[in-house]
Design a protein. Structure first.
Length: 461
């Protein structure tokens, strides 16, 4: 081991001792994450509030309805009009597919030129926009990326971080209804609106149907909610469309009411039988039965929204790699939070600024460099409260030895060492960390940039 390596570990040990005030042997032996013990990585360590229901089903439904009525970033796709005017559709296309003001680069280092962007703009098929543009509707049949432009090309900013594809926006999931607003020039991509985003998705990942049949499917009350990080349907040799379909946390699928004794050559008695949307040979919506084993991490209906359930759901993602805009078959900071709360039936806007600046729930607001106020508020937080800094959100999970802890889907790791040096590492996944030691830069702490803390609760009089 080099002298430099030895010095680094000594500095880290000094930080742990100076911040924690407890013996170094209580911490994980091989991590550069400060103040974290093995026990911190278990949801049970933070639990103790199992019985208190924070919001009832009725309150959550009312909460969602208020968001759809008053939040500009939330939209019920099945309630859109039958068509859009030319001006309306062009505005929606421009809202997602505008040319960025800063430089963009391909992974090989080549900077995108005006011609490159002209080629992407040509794919938007603007010439096909009419005075009146009928809206179609569909159900997502497999997890699919939402993209800035109708292309799978990866594009980076000037920092050239290969993990951050700047054309990657979000994702949609099986059984999710979308409004189909437009089609790309090559016909391979659709501009879709889901409940909190508008972007381009692959046409092969959605089945087009009638608004009423999609609404009837979506509004069925007897449903199975995916409560694990990922669940898969049973293997079906002759039907790949329903075989081992990935279902992420928060996906909700209707249960089949009349169950035969043989489903695709398998007895279903040890499985849940669900109705999955699939595409027929013409891309139209049909439904097929699929099996999900009863031992998989699912729940009949939404989970009760309790603090212990919030913790249990959050820790199911612990260690998953960070995925910008739901890239890498994962999720980012807001996707992580959104999927957790979807298991209770609660919906939120997509991006962190839209969430943090939103007026829903109970909110504490902070001006820049209000670290003292933030620190005082951190002492009064409850499990599940959300802490917002620009571009990021964290979930509070508890306090230990005077340190508030969070779980978050986060890329970077930085803090000062005891000798005055500034350390930069990486987390790049769902992680448990303390809040107070973390920095964004040598002179800026996380707590210096907290602008909002949000408690998701019913605040109606």
């Amino acid at each position: 081991m080099s002298n430099r390596t030895v010095a680094w570990w000594l500095n880290l040990a000094a930080l742990l001792l100076s911040c924690a005030g407890h013996a170094a042997e209580n911490s994980l032996k091989t991590t550069d994450v400060p103040l974290v013990k093995e026990s911190h990585l278990r949801a049970s360590h933070w639990m103790g509030n199992a019985e208190s229901v924070l919001m009832t089903t009725e309150q959550i439904q009312a909460f969602n309805q208020q968001l759809f009525q008053h939040n500009p970033y939330m939209q019920q796709p099945l309630q859109l009009p039958d068509s859009l005017s030319r001006e309306q559709l062009l505005a929606k296309i421009e809202s997602i597919s505008a040319i960025p003001s800063s430089a963009r680069f391909y992974p090989d280092g080549r900077q995108l030129t005006e011609q490159d962007f002209a080629n992407y703009r040509a794919m938007l098929n603007l010439a096909a926009v009419q005075q009146h543009n009928p809206i179609q509707f569909g159900l997502v049949v497999r997890r699919s990326a939402l993209r800035t432009f109708p292309t799978s090309d990866r594009v980076l900013n000037s920092e050239m971080d290969a993990d951050l594809d700047r054309f990657q926006e979000s994702a949609v999931f099986p059984a999710e209804p979308v409004a189909i607003l437009h089609r790309s020039g090559d016909g391979h991509w659709l501009l879709v609106q889901n409940y909190h985003y508008i972007a381009w998705m692959r046409a092969t990942d959605v089945a087009i149907g009638e608004r009423d049949e999609i609404r009837q499917y979506h509004q069925q009350s007897d449903t199975l909610v995916i409560t694990g990080a990922r669940v898969f349907t049973a293997f079906v040799p002759q039907q790949p469309q329903i075989s081992q379909v990935q279902l992420d946390m928060g996906v909700r699928i209707p249960l089949v009411q009349d169950v035969p004794v043989d489903v695709h050559g398998q007895n279903p008695y040890a499985s849940y039988v669900v109705s999955l949307p699939v595409r027929n040979e013409f891309g139209r919506l049909v439904f097929a039965t699929a099996l999900i084993g009863k031992t998989q991490d699912v729940h009949r209906g939404y989970l009760p929204m309790t603090r212990d359930n919030i913790l249990a759901q959050a820790f199911k993602f612990l260690g998953e790699r960070y995925g910008w805009g739901h890239d890498y078959n994962g999720r980012d900071c807001t996707g992580f939070i959104g999927e957790i709360y979807k298991t209770f039936g609660l919906l939120m806007p997509r991006n962190s600024g839209q969430q943090g600046q939103g007026e829903y729930g109970l909110n504490w607001r902070f001006s820049p460099n209000s670290a003292e106020r933030v620190t005082q508020q951190l002492k009064a937080l409850q499990v599940g409260d959300l802490i917002y800094i620009p571009g990021h959100v964290m979930m509070y999970i508890g306090e230990e030895d005077g340190q508030p802890y969070v779980i978050h889907d986060v890329k970077g790791l930085a803090y000062p060492l005891a000798n005055g040096e500034f350390y930069r590492g990486t987390l790049n996944g769902v992680s448990v960390t303390p809040v107070l030691p973390l920095h964004l830069s040598p002179t800026t702490r996380y707590i210096d940039r907290v602008y909002a803390i949000k408690r998701l609760m019913d605040v109606t009089p």
